[in-house]
Design a protein around this ligand. Structure first.
Ligand code: HEC
Length: 140
């Protein structure tokens, strides 16, 4: 099967050629920079990794814990999830348990991609998130 991107490119070029035969056109089709989802190829893998490695804290349905300390991972864009998991792994976020950072740093890149794709397709109500301030107090 041909890539829908290539088909679209060819159709667009044909259409322009019909309208303006003298014009020389070349169409470049780019994937969106901040896609809502991944390409789906690692979806099942991502789900398995989530159930095995993340559900214990973030809950089976990714809604976060009832105390509001572990955030929900629902309703978020693929690109945001990828960025956040990478930021956690690279210790770019403050107030995060060092063990969690180590844990995230050990995920392989296809695990991260699959996880982000799987999570980006989850939606539903979420708990309000409590935040931990710099002094370690959890609250609004
Ligand atoms: C030991 C419990 C625990 C496990 C296991 C865990 N997390 Fe988390 N996760 C947390 C906590 C706590 C935070 C909040 C960190 C903070 O204060 O910013 C968090 C934050 C996150 C965030 C940032 C959310 C946001 O909106 O900013 C993402 C994304 C995330 N986790 C993904 C994952 C994934 C994917 C896995 C499995 C590979 C995972 N977590 C496993 C406890 C956990």
């Amino acid at each position: 099967m041909s890539d829908p991107k290539d088909v679209f490119k060819r159709e667009l070029e044909d259409a322009v050629r019909k309208l303006a035969p003298d014009l020389k056109v070349e169409v470049h089709v780019e994937r969106p920079k901040n896609p809502e989802h991944g390409d789906g190829s690692l979806l099942e893998f991502g789900e398995a990794v989530f159930r095995e490695q993340c559900a214990s804290c973030h809950e089976e349905d990714a809604r976060g814990d009832d105390d509001g300390f572990v955030p929900s991972l629902r309703n978020q864009h693929y690109s945001y999830l990828l960025k956040q998991t990478r930021a956690l792994a690279e210790n770019h976020r403050r107030n995060v348990d060092p063990n969690l950072v180590l844990f995230m740093a050990n995920l392989k890149s296809d695990e991260l991609t699959g996880l982000a794709d799987y999570l980006s397709r989850l939606s539903g109500p979420v708990k309000d998130r409590l935040k931990m301030r710099d002094n370690g107090v959890v609250g609004d």
